[in-house]
Design a protein around this ligand. Sequence first.
Ligand code: HXC
Ligand code: NAP
Length: 285
Amino acid sequence: MKRMLKENSLKNKSILVTGGGSGLGRSMVEYFYELGADIIITSRRENLLIKVAKEISSSKKGKILPVACDVRNIDEVNNVIKKSFDEFGKVDCLVNNAAGNFISPTERLSTRAFDAIIDIVLKGTVNFTLTLGKKWIKEKIDANVLNIVTTYAWTGSGYVVPSACAKAGVLSMTRSLAVEWAKYNIRLNAIAPGPFPTKGAWDRLLPGDLKEKFDPAKKVPVGRVGEHHELSNLAAYLVSDFSSYINGEVITIDGGEWLKGAGQFNNLELVTPEMWDFFEMMRKK
Ligand code: HXC
Ligand code: NAP
């Protein structure tokens, strides 16, 4: 892993990461921990959380507290927050990373399928942000929130419509609260990742031979998918005090993927040099 921040950059911070037991959440947790933070990881699979906490913390001094919770359930969310304060006396940063997603033509979805995604992504983020936010304000704790969204939060995308709606809501909440809560010394920012291989996302969004048919790397101008340490470095910076003047921002980390998809003439890359020569000749004629 190529590390951007120096040792102990996150010392004396306690960081709560939802969905911290797998994928990008786990990668961020490993790096935050290395940088000296105490960590709370939460998701539904308690066994996984305990295993991950043991694996990461075996060689270091800081602590990783695993607490199971479904982000949709406010009682369970309250329990995570209570246990975090009991253990560390405070929580300084919240990373809303937990998500649910699947691909489907929207007309095939039941309303419960739509609810499942909205409730995890948008409502889960609201549950943690609002509950912690009220506590931070009451106890005058300086804090920051990092929300993990996607680039289709602002462009929208077919076939993942519940996720697109939910992530757009999270993005809007990030910007809105960044203004409203700045007076309490609470910052909110977001990261919009492009394709980063994880089992959770790849199994659900690229099932079967879709991985080969729709190779995500081919859509990225830099010609590859993201590496987890690239995202973790950005996340560590955004939760650290080095980014104290960044507030309400969403930073895209996608090798230029969404811009390439957005430009109406980008597919002219299919035109060969010979064809360009021909067009030039015609123009000059
Ligand atoms: C259509 C589906 C479905 C699918 C479930 N449902 N999967 N509908 N297509 N593939 C429907 C069910 O039939 C049910 O509706 C309703 O959704 C709830 O299903 P449950 O299985 O009861 O839900 P639950 O156990 O809560 O599981 C949530 C989940 C699951 C989202 C469905 O996939 C999950 O646990 N995901 C967590 C991890 C995850 O998704 N990671 C990927 C994040 S990737 P009915 O009407 O039948 O009751 C990501 C990347 C974004 O976000 C950007 C990439 C570029
Ligand atoms: P992942 O490993 O599937 O991560 C999702 C996490 O959310 C899991 O740890 C899961 O744990 C947790 N989770 C799901 N439902 C939950 C619930 N109801 N309550 C509590 N926790 C729940 O996938 P990932 O790729 O790392 O995704 C991480 C984040 O990055 C997500 O916000 C995703 O939208 C975003 N993202 C990823 C990509 C990518 O290419 N990978 C691109 C853009 C954005 P449990 O199953 O144990 O609950």
